[in-house]
Every structure is written in C-alpha cells, then in structure tokens.
Write a protein that binds this ligand. Structure first.
Ligand code: ZN
Ligand code: ZN
Length: 396
C-alpha cells in the first residue's frame, strides 16, 4: 500500500491529486542507482511552465506526475551518497544533472548531457525532460544527490524562512539568471516583460544587483498593482503598443540598458491574439545599442497548439535584423540553478531578499493543487506553494 500522493496530469485543464507509487532508487530507464536520496517533500511550487503543459500546449503524456520545484528532508539515502545525511533539509534544483558530463563540469547544469536520452537537459515531472518523476507529491527521489542538492546550514533558521527558500528550486535563480544575462549592474535601467512570479523574481534580482529603476510590463491589472506595491514601476501594456514611449515616460529615454523576457512563447499582443515573437521583438526595440537581453521565458521546439505552422516547431517571426544592427546580446535557456542558489540562499537567510512577499507566495494543501492550478491560470497575482505534510502551515 503506497503512502505517496501526487499531482497527476490527466489531459488539458485536468490535474488531480492521486495515490502514486512510492519513490525508489531507480532511474527512468530502469537502472538501479545508489547516488540518489528519497525526500519527504516539505514544499513544492506550481510553476508557469507547468501551466504550459496543463493548458495542453505541449506533448505531455497523460499520467505524468508533475512538479519540478521541490524542497524537502532527506529520509533515505543510497549507498553512494557521501555528503548528505538523513534529516538534512535541502533545496532541489529543478535541473536534473549528473555532475559528471562536460556541461555539468562547467556548471551548465540546465543542459546536462546524460540525464535525458532525447536532448540536453533534464527536469522532474516535465515533458521531454528525461522521465524523472515529479515532486508535487509527498515523497520524491532525487538522483546524483551529492551534486544536485543544496543543504540548508541550519534547519530551524531555514524553516523560519521556508516560504522564501522554496523559491530557490526554480523561479528565483531563473529570474536572477535573466538579470545577470541582461547585464544588470549598479545604476542599470531595466525592463522586465511579464509580472508573473518569474518576472517579479527577475525584477527583485535586478534590484539586488543594483538597478536604478526596474519597470515591469503586463496586461493583468492585479499583477501590475502587486508589482507596484513591491516597489517596481508598472507598465500597463493594455494602454497602447508603443512600449518605448511608456519607458520614456519613466526614464526620459525610450531605451533601457537591460531587458528580461519573463513571458515566453505564449505571448500576447496588445489586441489580444497570441503572437509568440512579440515580446522578443519588443525587447530588441526597447534595449539600447550594445545592450543585453535575458530570456528566462520558455520557448519550445514543439507546440501543437501554436497559432501557425511555423510556430508549431518553434520557428518565430523575429525581427532579428534589428537586434543585429543594434549589436545586442541574447541569452537563452534554462537557468543552471546550482550556479546561483547558494548565494541567493544567503541573501534570503540574511534578510536581503524577501522573495516570498515579492512573488506573493500562497500556501495551500497538496490536495488543493487543482484549485491552485486553476487560480494561477486565471491570472491570480500569486505564487502557489503546495504543503504536502502541513509543515509550512505549522512553520508560519
Ligand atoms: Zn518552475
Ligand atoms: Zn551532466
């Protein structure tokens, strides 16, 4: 009899919390492994990239256990795990990485070469990412545990900040990577596209990196109002489509030093229809010559629900000549979480980064996951954190 329960994808707009198998030290290809740990999941977040699957915008198979944003306590370890002990509280980077291949050795863990037979890069509970079982569940197995896991130095202090620390598994390092790649530094002017959780995490990252002003564009009035409350300058994209003009109203200049795309391929235009290239084209327009554009927003190689044939295979109508003429730099790809999570953990533990408040973390029981998915999809200005064992409710 299994004691595990998890969020299972059953088809477009349909997820359900079901009894699932207990985790085991077995890789997706059936190999027995000794380098993993079993975690009791303390917190696990719903992500915008989960929404792409749940909206039916990917080829995610029915029965997939979702969840790649995981924080947990080690309850069992394989014979080859040397640096972790039962009882340790750890943050799990969403990237599954082997720590042994060429890209892992250079800390490019978002594109590990060995954990996914289809392509570079693995993740838990995600379509085309190697078949690793997701962690929106009570228990989960994490492979290559010594390499992947970030152990919190003091369990009690960590539990006191757990709502913030839960953001280390993905969105905070993802936003930070966007800001670093956009070249944000002291005095930078920054535009972030998208006021969802990743956009807010990118904005917060830009601020701790020293940005002078951080603007966030969106259509959603609740998300814009929340961004403003957190000290960012809201840009209401519903007004008109001349973004440079709105930026100039804030800074006196229609261009910024750094731009961050936290929207991705399901981007919408001013008139409402989906335009997958619109944000990237706006970024080129609004970023200064020789400026940098960070693109943490997700773009895909297969999009069965796309608006046209080209976009179905990820081909977008980019005005690339503009970016070339302005000598801009573009930075794509998933964040390699381990490059940033330790520093960001310290910033949280020492009260430099109130990320839970900035992304408006909302804790809900695991069994309410479907409602969380629904509210988030409806544009709620919140980041939903699932609490599978009631540990978060107890901690706060
Ligand atoms: Zn995520
Ligand atoms: Zn690797």
């Amino acid at each position: 009899m299994s004691k595990n329960r998890g969020v299972v994808y059953l088809g477009p707009d349909n997820v359900e919390v079901q009894n699932i198998a207990d985790p085991a030290f077995i890789a997706p290809d059936g190999r027995k492994i000794e380098h993993g740990v079993i975690l009791k999941v303390v917190s696990t977040n719903i992500c915008g990239s989960d929404q792409h699957m749940v909206r039916g915008r990917t080829t995610a198979p029915e029965g997939l256990v979702l969840g790649h944003e995981i924080t947990g306590e080690v309850i069992e370890k394989g014979a080859d795990v040397e640096m972790l002990e039962v009882g340790d509280l750890v943050s799990v980077p969403f990237n599954v990485a082997c720590g042994r291949c060429r890209t892992c050795k250079s800390q490019d863990t978002g594109v590990c070469l060995t954990v996914n037979p289809e392509r570079a890069g693995g993740a838990y509970g995600y379509v085309d990412m190697g078949g690793w079982i997701g962690g929106q569940a009570r228990y989960v197995m994490v492979p290559y545990a010594d390499f992947n896991l970030l152990r919190f130095p003091d369990k009690d202090r960590a539990m006191a900040k757990i709502k913030d620390l839960t953001m280390l598994s993905d969105i905070l390092p993802t936003g930070f990577h966007g800001a670093i790649n956009a070249g944000v530094g002291v005095g930078s002017t920054v535009y972030v596209a998208g006021a969802g959780p990743v956009g807010l995490a990118a904005a917060a990252s830009a601020r701790i990196l020293g940005a002078a002003v951080v603007m966030i564009g969106d259509f959603n009035p609740d998300r814009l109002a929340h961004a403003e409350k957190m000290g960012f300058v809201p840009i209401d994209l519903g007004k008109h489509d001349r973004l440079g003009e709105m930026v100039a109203e804030v800074t006196g200049d229609p261009e910024v030093d750094s731009a961050i795309d936290a929207v991705g391929f399901e981007a919408r235009g001013h008139k409402g229809g989906e335009q997958p290239a619109i944000v990237l084209n706006q970024m080129m327009e609004v970023t200064r010559a020789a400026g940098s554009i960070g693109i943490p927003g997700l773009y895909v190689t297969e999009d069965p629900g796309a608006v046209d044939e080209a976009a179905k295979v990820g081909s977008l109508s980019l005005r690339f000549g503009l970016g070339w003429a302005k000598a801009q730099s573009f930075h794509t790809g998933q964040t390699p979480v381990i490059k940033y999570n330790r520093q960001l953990m310290q910033a949280i533990l020492h009260d430099r980064l109130n990320i839970a408040e900035i992304v408006n973390a909302k804790i809900i029981p695991l069994d309410d996951a479907a409602e969380g998915y629904h509210a988030f999809d409806g544009g709620a200005a919140a980041k939903y954190v699932l609490d599978p064992h009631g540990d978060l409710a107890k901690a706060s």
